[in-house]
Design a protein around this ligand. Structure first.
Ligand SMILES: C[S@@+](CC[C@H](N)C(=O)[O-])C[C@H]1O[C@@H](n2cnc3c(N)ncnc32)[C@H](O)[C@@H]1O
Length: 254
């Protein structure tokens, strides 16, 4: 099996395995977003017709997945990726009628009060969502009883508890790893607001392995950037799954 073929993993991720790994790798902005979303969605109730915000949707793979697999109406909101580029991905995937691409900054969202039934965010919260005020701000756009779910890079221990960012992580990711909180940190951060009931706060069971599989597949798919992927593979190998993974959080607005 090649590293690219390893991205088809029907026993663990049956829905994601229907997608062409080359298509997904072509939209790469970080470790397998479909695997994270498929895993997270096990703790969400997404029903056809729901209005879902995909916050930090990047090049759009997760928005395509949401529309196709759950039949929801998606607003794909992102800062760095031009909405025209994301819209082209949606048109090619045949979901243009169900997914709208919007340029949006996560602290200045252009949506109506309580507009969404669910808000999903894959590998983006670490950039904008760690401030104490952020969840209450975001919840303004979610209806009462609506769900919020996110996946974000995580460590199994807090940097504050360790006293420093571990050397193997710092040398590649620097201070950004300060935002890679444990699921317990996120649970407390969200529960203390008394505005949500947390449904799950867990490390992705195969998070480290999945991350490694993704970087290996990227190295094979895009050999011109081999050095970049090898550096990440090295960090993951040194880590050995001790600290690095992804946190999955799901909650319901009161
Ligand atoms: C690592 S990429 C992940 C993209 C996509 N969710 C995926 O998994 O492929 C992080 C995304 O977060 C978005 N982002 C970062 N800061 C943001 C902000 N302040 N407001 C909105 N989006 C932001 C970026 O535009 C980027 O597309």
């Amino acid at each position: 099996m090649t590293a690219i073929e390893d991205l088809v993993c029907p026993e663990r991720y049956p829905l994601s395995s229907k997608y062409d790994p080359a298509w997904l790798l072509g939209l790469d902005m970080g470790p397998n977003p479909l695997w994270m979303l498929e895993d997270l969605a096990r703790d969400l109730e997404l029903k056809p017709g729901m209005r879902v915000l995909d916050l930090g949707s990047g090049k759009g793979a997760t928005s395509v997945f949401l529309a196709r697999e759950y039949g929801v109406q998606v607003v794909a909101a992102d800062l760095w990726i031009a909405p025209e580029d994301a819209a082209a991905v949606f048109a090619e995937a045949g979901v243009a009628d169900r997914v709208t691409a919007v340029r949006a900054e996560a602290h200045a969202l252009p949506f109506g009060k309580e507009y969404f039934d669910a808000i999903v965010s894959i590998d983006a919260f670490e950039y904008f969502g760690t401030a104490d005020s952020y969840l209450p701000y975001l919840l303004r756009f979610l209806r009462p009883g609506g769900q919020v779910g996110m996946a974000t890079p995580a460590m199994s221990r807090e940097v504050r508890e360790l006293g420093a960012i571990p050397e193997h992580i710092e040398r590649l990711f620097g201070w950004e790893a300060m935002a890679w909180h444990t699921p317990e940190w996120w649970r407390f951060q969200w529960e203390i607001t008394k505005q949500v009931d947390v449904i799950c706060a867990r490390l992705q069971e195969h998070g480290w392995q999945d991350w490694l599989a993704w970087e290996r597949a990227c190295a094979e798919y895009r050999p011109e950037k081999l050095a970049e992927y090898l550096a990440r593979i090295d960090v993951l190998n040194v880590d050995g799954g001790e600290l690095l993974s992804f946190a999955l959080l799901a909650a319901r607005k009161r």
